[in-house]
Ligand binder design. Structure first.
Ligand code: FCB
Length: 482
């Protein structure tokens, strides 16, 4: 007999009738879990997307150009030659997408507002139609009992600002503050949770350092550090804009991809070493946002390339936040305590260390425990959200049309087991946003890399929940890793 193909094998194994991933009611036959194995009561379960990755409608209602269109149009920048201009048409299909969220049982949706929709040129006169879509989206979410969590900047800088220097210019940070104030004034009657910028580390490092994200620059260290500084300044100005314009009870905090060091062996001295290492790994990002100054070690390492800091900047950058949002996918490094400075040694990941479908996504689910725990210990954070966690997967539909993304299920289960440990030990993690609701435009990977709980057929835009969607429903229903 010739070897069975993967699809034939699925059929031979009897998986011919599609598993009803959208509607299967989680059967909680097992006895109730002891409280110590559950997430705390009221734990907030959500999903996340971002404007340029899902919306499409790039030219509707007078939207301006963003750096990502300009970048994606350059040959060779995006792996599959695509652009995000069409997204997955969330702009027109948001009601269907809200219904998908409702079926999952999530109580929160983290989306982003596209700056070039609101100010076509980034600053100046606001586009009168620029927030209409978000009005509709927010109303639809609230009608479904889902709380909107809005990110104000998820990497789609107006191209007109890039032409004037982008994040290398201090004016971009000022323009961001004005844009943030405008959005909060308009949506703040119904949106009470805001993140100023998503992952400063990623868009600065990859966009201005390595050149693999928009705008595709490879700056020398001094200019790169100045761009970083303007981005953390924008974070502070964004926090202040939310405070000044939001309704009572509005909360604001970062959504930063913390680089997390893990103790190689969990002993007190190694845990302390991992905290020290984590503080340094995030020196020009989360650390400066929380402490208002760059660490001595970081400044010494930058030498003459350190950023120029205006006198009022430290106070702006460290404006008080209500919570810390952490995007956690993968560990950065494993450390051991050391007697000599800086107090730790880093163990390189062995060549055989396993990863998920994306090679950058190394396995290390315990990062979901250590990241929030370090943040509580280092900075006394009182409220923490996991603002992104998830994985790519090959995600091929089986013969019955279903995506049995077991690798994603296993990845998520392990991450959630470690996150639950954090909550059980009293680390104040209040909620979790799974990246992502839908397959979407994964930046330089284009549509080739899928992160969704819901499969999107890119020819028809048909949405089909994967096995991981059924998994997440069960997690939410029992408030525990399922
Ligand atoms: C994060 C980004 C998000 C998505 C996921 C996979 O770094 O914030 O837009 O690309 O990675």
């Amino acid at each position: 007999m010739p070897p069975l193909t993967r699809r034939a094998w699925m059929t031979a194994a009897g998986a011919t009738a599609a598993y009803d991933t959208a509607n299967a009611t989680p059967r909680l036959g097992a006895p109730a879990l002891p409280a110590r194995l559950q997430f705390p009561e009221g734990f907030l379960w959500g999903t996340a997307t971002s404007a340029y990755q899902v919306e499409g409608a790039a030219e509707v209602d007078g939207r301006g150009l963003s750096v990502w269109e300009a970048f994606a149009r350059q040959p060779g920048r995006i792996r599959d030659g695509s652009t995000g201009a069409g997204g997955v048409d969330h702009f027109h299909r948001y009601e269907e997408d809200v219904a998908l969220m409702k079926a999952l049982g999530v109580r929160a949706y983290r989306f982003s507002v596209a700056w070039p929709r609101v100010f076509q040129d980034g600053a100046g006169a606001a586009n009168p139609k620029g927030l209409d879509f978000y009005d509709r989206l927010v109303d639809s979410l609230l009608a479904s009992g889902i709380e909107p969590y809005a990110t104000l900047y998820h990497w789609d800088l107006p191209q007109a600002l890039q032409a004037r220097g982008g994040w290398e210019s201090r004016d971009t940070a000022e323009a961001f503050g004005a844009y943030a104030a405008h959005v909060v004034r308009r949506l703040g009657d119904r949106v009470h949770r805001f993140f100023p910028l998503n992952e400063i580390r990623a868009f600065i490092q990859e966009g201005y350092g390595n050149g693999i994200f928009a705008p595709g620059l490879t700056l020398p260290p001094a200019r790169l550090n100045q761009a970083r500084h303007h981005a953390v300044l924008a974070h502070g100005l964004g926090v202040q804009a939310v405070r000044a314009n939001g309704r009572a009870g509005t909360i604001v905090g970062p959504a930063e991809n913390i680089a997390v060091a893990l103790p190689s062996v969990e002993t007190d001295d190694n845990v302390r070493a991992a905290e020290i290492a984590t503080r340094e790994l995030n020196a020009p990002y989360l650390t400066v946002m929380m402490e208002g100054r760059y660490t001595d070690a970081w400044l010494a390492a930058q030498g003459a390339d350190a950023p120029r800091v205006a006198p009022g900047d430290p106070a702006i950058i460290s404006s008080k936040v209500d919570f810390v949002g952490l995007n956690v996918y993968t560990p950065s490094e494993y450390v051991l305590a050391s007697e000599s400075s800086p107090g730790f040694i880093t163990l390189p990941l062995p060549a055989s260390h396993p990863h998920m479908a994306s090679s950058w996504l190394k396995l290390g689910p315990e990062a979901l425990y250590w990241a929030p725990r370090h943040v509580e210990r280092l900075w006394g954070a009182k409220e923490i959200f996991i603002t992104e966690n998830g994985t790519s997967s090959a995600d091929e539909p089986a013969a019955d049309g279903t995506v049995y993304d077991l690798d994603r299920v296993m990845y998520l289960r392990n991450c959630l087991i470690h996150l639950q440990r954090a909550t059980a030990e009293g680390v104040p993690v209040r909620g979790y946003f799974l990246w992502s609701l839908l397959d979407n435009f994964e930046w330089a990977d284009g549509y080739a890399t899928r992160f969704g709980l819901v499969h999107v057929d890119y020819d028809t835009l048909k949405r089909t929940p994967k096995l991981s969607a059924a998994f997440y429903r069960a997690v939410i229903a029992r408030n525990a890793p399922a």
